[in-house]
Design a binder for this molecule. Structure first.
Ligand code: AMP
Ligand code: GLY
Length: 458
């Protein structure tokens, strides 16, 4: 069900596209994690895509795209590469190049790219910029106590805040820049670490203190050309390392997406109170945004509120989303980059998907790398399963671990319970010494669905 078109089929369809003069695209993806593998995998299913490169890619991505070396933080090198390859479109995965202005560099050189310009990427690159943007544009978010440029001023404010409190570093900190705490001593220690130490560099030089809000979190992502947009299937991430949300924060240990995750009313609220005002604010402030906007939401008793914006697709949200995508993702990306997105073009496979992240021993603090990965073929025997690679390298017909998050074992099913069963069955076939993964991805929502079903049946 989730496999791509076979190669003979692709060739035939490509000729048809040529005949119909529909552009055949060559696409460069920037990045090298599970998100970028999912993008490459999905693009490969499109008959209008002739060639895919991924820079720098990873061991598993080389199944779906030609991997080429690149330091993703070097935006000039990325533009040189796109020019040399003759890419018709570049899709940017991670935030770093966006925040560093890759889109502006490409546009100056007349190269097509999907991603916001540097100014708009500040929605992710600066929590203070994002908070001010939300306040100016009336977008619901957690209340703010202030933005501070010295640890002394921030710590002085601790005397007059309500607890629990949220302390946020202003800049990009790879998920380590936020603390939610009820203890003033912890808040003070964290502020001093951020602002006075070297650990976070410039990213910690300013901090935001904000109100802690309670509820369920939701990742709501759209693809936009600045005016029209496609809401992607909503997902929920599991950020803590271990079951029952225990252990340290990570880049994301797994996601799920299921029909009925949002009531119609909640989706309407998200669109009317958050998505449309964000797009209107960007236009009003003359930020031409063509790309993905990731709304990190808290579903509170007072309605949905924005915790954070990301200027890109999520990882591992993308893996669960693209497995359910039943439309020409490549064409949608190109249309958005050209400013001509048809907002009605997306269709989703009914049911649910689950992505279970397998991580290295010691992840997130000190991942042990270089282990061999066995059982991949066994795991991918079920046609509902795709194993996306993150920290892997390929050498002499074997895969080895090369990063903290190794694989995203992803499956679709008719229900969340079924998708979970298939994904976990596949994960159990993979053998990586010392690796760990959470056993409860999507579990509480799946249990709730079961209770609702039992109630409905009597
Ligand atoms: P952020 O990078 O802003 O999304 O923060 C990372 C995580 O911190 C979020 O996914 C939430 O779990 C938590 N968080 C951030 N802001 C708040 C808030 N205002 N109230 C409660 N939790 C928060
Ligand atoms: N999974 C959260 C993120 O991509 O930021």
């Amino acid at each position: 069900m989730v496999r791509g078109v076979d190669s003979a089929g692709r060739t035939a369809v490509s000729f048809l596209f040529l005949f119909l003069r529909t552009p055949i695209m060559k696409i460069l993806i920037i990045g090298g994690g599970g998100r970028e593998h999912a993008i490459a995998w999905k693009l490969r299913q499109s008959a209008s895509v002739e060639k895919i490169w991924c820079a720098p890619g990873n061991g598993g991505i080389s199944r779906d795209a030609e991997c080429v070396p690149l330091n993703v933080g070097n935006v000039e090198a990325a533009a040189d590469l796109a020019t040399k390859l003759g890419a018709d479109l570049t899709i940017v995965g991670p935030e770093l190049p966006l925040v560093q202005g890759i889109t502006d560099e490409f546009k100056q050189r007349g190269l097509a790219i999907l991603g916001p310009p540097k100014m708009a990427a500040q929605l992710e690159g600066s929590k203070i910029f994002a908070k001010q943007f939300m306040t100016r544009n009336g977008i619901p978010t957690a209340g703010v106590y202030g933005a501070f440029e010295s640890a002394r001023a921030a710590c002085a404010k601790l005397k007059s805040v309500a607890w629990p409190l949220v302390v946020k570093a202003d800049g990009l900190c790879a998920g380590k820049g936020v603390l939610v705490t009820s203890a003033a001593s912890d808040a003070q220690e964290f502020i001093e670490r951020l602002m006075n130490g070297d650990e976070f560099g410039d990213a910690g030089k300013r901090v935001l203190l904000e109100e802690a809000i309670a509820g369920k979190e939701l990742s709501y992502i759209i693809l936009t050309d600045g005016t029209n947009f496609i809401p992607l299937a909503p997902t929920r991430d599991h950020k803590r390392a271990f079951d029952n949300d225990e252990g340290p924060n990570t880049g994301g240990m797994g996601t799920y997406s299921t029909d009925g995750m949002l009531t119609r009313e909640l989706e309407r609220q998200i669109l009317e109170e958050i998505v449309r005002p964000t797009l209107a604010g960007l236009r009003r402030e003359e930020m031409e945004y063509r790309g993905f906007i990731f709304f990190g939401l808290m579903l509170t008793q007072d309605g949905p509120k924005v915790l954070e914006y990301n200027c890109r697709l999520g990882d591992p949200e993308t893996q669960a989303i693209l497995l359910r995508a039943d439309f020409n993702f490549a064409a949608a990306c190109m249309d958005a980059a050209r400013g001509k997105l048809d907002g009605s073009s997306a269709k989703w496979i009914r049911g649910a998907s689950v992505c279970v992240v397998m991580a290295s021993e010691g992840y997130p603090s000190q991942p042990v790398l270089g282990k061999s990965i066995g059982g991949l073929e066994e795991a991918e025997k079920a046609r509902e399963v795709v194993v996306f690679h993150a920290g892997t390298r390929h050498e002499e017909n074997n895969y080895y671990t090369s990063g903290g998050r190794i694989l995203g074992v992803t499956a679709v099913g008719n229900s969340l319970a079924e998708a979970r069963r298939i994904a976990y069955d596949a994960a159990s076939r993979i053998d990586i010494p010392g690796a760990h993964y959470r056993k409860d991805i999507g579990l509480s929502e799946s249990n709730q669905a079961k209770v609702a079903e039992v109630r409905a049946n009597g």
